[in-house]
Write a protein that binds this ligand. Structure first.
Ligand code: THU
Length: 133
């Protein structure tokens, strides 16, 4: 597991961008910060659509930004939201697909760590590329 300094660095990075979330429909702002193997931290926020179902979570937007920068290996992700919620089911699958079994640090709106978990704990017996043969 990443040390407490790195945990806080990731939470702080997410805290910094959370206000940029575009969430006029739910008013539920979420930010994520992804620690890449090269030590760079990539951040992202949730973006909602007037066609509600097209909204994309902070976690998946962050992963997309990291992949676009050429990142291929990942260490941990922090997610910051009101009360420190856990990633949704769709995000759990995409985190597993792209990042593998990483630490997931959940922070609340004050930046306090509420829980530290991992992809495998959040998505046991995951479907993966290996199942595609
Ligand atoms: N949301 C995230 O961005 N990440 C989560 O972990 C939970 C939910 C977003 C989706 C939507 O824009 C809003 O929060 C309310 O569901």
């Amino acid at each position: 597991m990443i040390n407490i300094n790195k945990q806080n660095e990731l939470i702080n990075a997410a805290m910094k961008v959370r206000e940029n979330a575009y969430a006029p429909y739910s008013n539920f702002q979420v930010a994520a910060a992804l620690l890449c193997a090269d030590n760079e931290i990539i951040t992202g926020v949730n973006i909602e659509s007037s066609s509600y179902g097209l909204s994309v979570c902070a976690e998946r937007n962050t992963i997309a930004a990291a992949v676009a920068k050429g990142k291929k290996e990942f260490i941990a992700m922090a997610v910051v939201s009101q009360n420190g919620v856990t990633p949704c089911g769709a995000c759990r699958q995409v985190i597993f697909d792209i990042c593998g079994n990483i630490d997931i640090i959940l922070g609340d709106e004050n930046g306090s760590i509420q829980d530290i978990t991992s992809t495998k704990v959040l998505l046991p017996k995951a479907f993966s590329h290996e199942d595609l043969g």
